[in-house]
Design a protein around this ligand. Structure first.
Ligand SMILES: *[C@@H]1O[C@H](CO)[C@@H](O)[C@H](O)[C@H]1NC(C)=O
Ligand SMILES: *[C@@H]1O[C@H](CO)[C@@H](O)[C@H](O)[C@H]1NC(C)=O
Ligand SMILES: *[C@@H]1O[C@H](CO)[C@@H](O)[C@H](O)[C@H]1NC(C)=O
Length: 465
């Protein structure tokens, strides 16, 4: 009996709750409907069709590092991307690993060697890292979730005529939105991830305190902001550094940065420019979109958009430049310049040059140009002592001091990390140990971080890599 008041109270509560939940459910249905309308509208509304696609080749008036969204109408894709994922350089690099493959790891079609590499990633990352594997089936939902506000990016991804292009694009999109380490499925780590020079704070501190800044024209060392505690925002490795006259028979760029392993903070401006370039190129190079982009592109620089006009083909008058790209007429060189290491390397270099041309406080740390490579006395007889970045010292200083240009020599023959502002460049040994050329050392070298098994060729037709 003594319980009855509370029982009554409970009954009332229950009825109130029912009414409350009824209203909530109704609201949810309405809100869902409204948000669907808004979503559907965002695809067709002026927001979509009137978003301009600026070229990344003409940025003389922009400071890419400090690019800020001023116009909330988000008139162009650069603004949309910067708004969707603003860069926050003071934050640390997310402790997260991304991998992608055609099928889920549980599938019988998942290669067993990958299963063991995957285990190594999990072990190397046991200290507070998340591990994410995105199989093909999940990509659409994933990207719609991350890039719903930037429909042109989704459109470009959808329109890409080859999976290899999508596989390249996907890694940039994941890192730009969420950050962390992306690494191809055919790689495995050689060290615990918290020992990487980018996130080992003891090494980072030592590096920043002991390397003296490399000057460039206009550099004011007094203006350099104190950023000792900050981790770099983008960490990349050298893929190719072929010091031979016929290098172009083998590689797309004299210094080529690799994109099978990349570490980044979300929103990094290099990734933003890369995504902008790839989206614009795709939408203007494939037939399904050609007519639709006429109003969006920069008419003064039309050839920037068409992958058929990149260099070699621009000079080939017989080439069918206006022909749209399809699965059949794409070759390795197109892939290189569209989504692969070619365009990746170009955008990194262009970003660095924009940095030092627009800012007087960019810290360039490169110990390699002051110290000759320490030659193992046992190898000294065979090894050319001049095989160090120091041999380019003059060319490097002239380029920086006269032209505010970071020359490719700045990255050649490096054996220890370099930083250009918050971009860290690791030597070839870091992501390509054991390749037995271009100065790469073995997997037991201090700088070796990731082993690449080259099991999927980038030239491969179907699927990833
Ligand atoms: C993309 O980048 C390449 C390499 O710098 C450049 O040639 C091209 O004009 C750029 N295109 C667009 C649309 O940004
Ligand atoms: C790709 O770009 C590079 C650098 O601009 C150029 O040397 C090469 O010829 C281009 N490839 C094609 C097929 O245009
Ligand atoms: C290194 O290069 C300099 C200048 O090119 C040359 O004088 C010197 O003999 C070279 N040293 C060796 C060991 O090759």
């Amino acid at each position: 009996m003594s319980k009855s008041p509370s029982a009554t109270g409970f009954r009332i509560d229950k009825r109130t709750k029912q009414i409350f939940f009824g209203i909530l459910a109704l609201y949810t249905v309405i809100a869902f409907h409204l948000s669907n309308c808004r979503y559907a509208k965002s695809f067709k509304s002026p927001k979509f069709t009137n978003v301009a696609l600026p070229t990344t080749s003409h940025v003389e008036n922009l400071n890419l590092r400090d690019y800020e969204v001023k116009d909330r109408h988000l008139k162009d894709l650069r603004e949309q991307l910067a708004m969707a994922y603003p860069y926050e350089p003071e934050k640390s690099i997310p402790r997260r690993i991304w991998q992608t493959w055609k099928v889920k790891a549980e599938s019988s079609a998942f290669p067993s060697s990958f299963r063991s590499y995957q285990k190594d990633w999990l072990e190397a990352s046991s200290q507070g890292f998340d591990y994410m594997m995105v199989p093909d089936d999940d990509i659409t939902a994933f990207l719609e979730n991350l890039y719903g506000e930037v429909p042109l990016v989704l459109q470009a991804f959808k329109e890409m005529p080859k999976n290899i292009l999508r596989a390249d694009f996907l890694r940039y999109l994941l890192l730009f939105a969420r950050g962390g380490i992306y690494s191809d499925m055919d790689t495995y780590p050689l060290k615990p991830l918290n020992q990487w020079p980018s996130i080992d704070h003891e090494k980072l501190k030592e590096f920043k305190e002991t390397r003296k800044p490399v000057p460039y024209k206009g550099f004011k060392s007094g203006d350099v902001s104190v950023r000792d505690e900050r981790e770099p925002g983008l960490v990349i490795g050298i893929e190719a550094d072929a010091d031979r006259p016929d290098w172009s028979d083998w590689y797309a760029r004299r210094i080529q940065f690799c994109q099978w392993t990349i570490q980044a903070k979300p929103g990094h401006p290099v990734l933003r420019e890369l995504i902008l370039n790839i989206t614009a190129t795709t939408l203007d190079s494939v037939s399904s979109m050609k007519g639709n982009t006429a109003d969006l592109i920069d008419k003064d620089h039309q050839s920037d958009y068409n992958v058929n006009y990149r260099d070699k083909r621009a000079k080939d008058t017989a080439y069918l430049h206006e022909e749209a790209k399809t699965e059949e007429n794409i070759d390795g060189s197109d892939i290189m310049n569209w989504t692969g290491p070619g365009i990746f390397s170009d955008i990194v270099m262009e970003y660095m040059n924009n940095l030092i041309q627009k800012n007087n406080d960019v810290l360039l740390l490169n110990g390699n140009i002051y110290t000759p490579a320490t030659v193992d006395p046992a190898e000294a007889a065979q090894e050319d002592v001049n095989q160090s970045t120091k041999k380019f010292y003059r060319k490097i200083s002239e380029s920086l001091l006269n032209n505010r240009q970071v020359p490719w020599e700045f990255f050649s023959l490096i054996t220890e990390p370099i930083t250009v502002d918050d971009v860290m460049i690791l030597p070839i040994t870091s992501f390509s140990p054991d390749v037995g050329q271009m100065g790469a050392k073995s997997t037991d070298d201090e700088m070796a971080l990731v082993k690449h098994m080259f099991q999927g060729s980038w030239k491969g037709n179907a699927g990833h890599n």
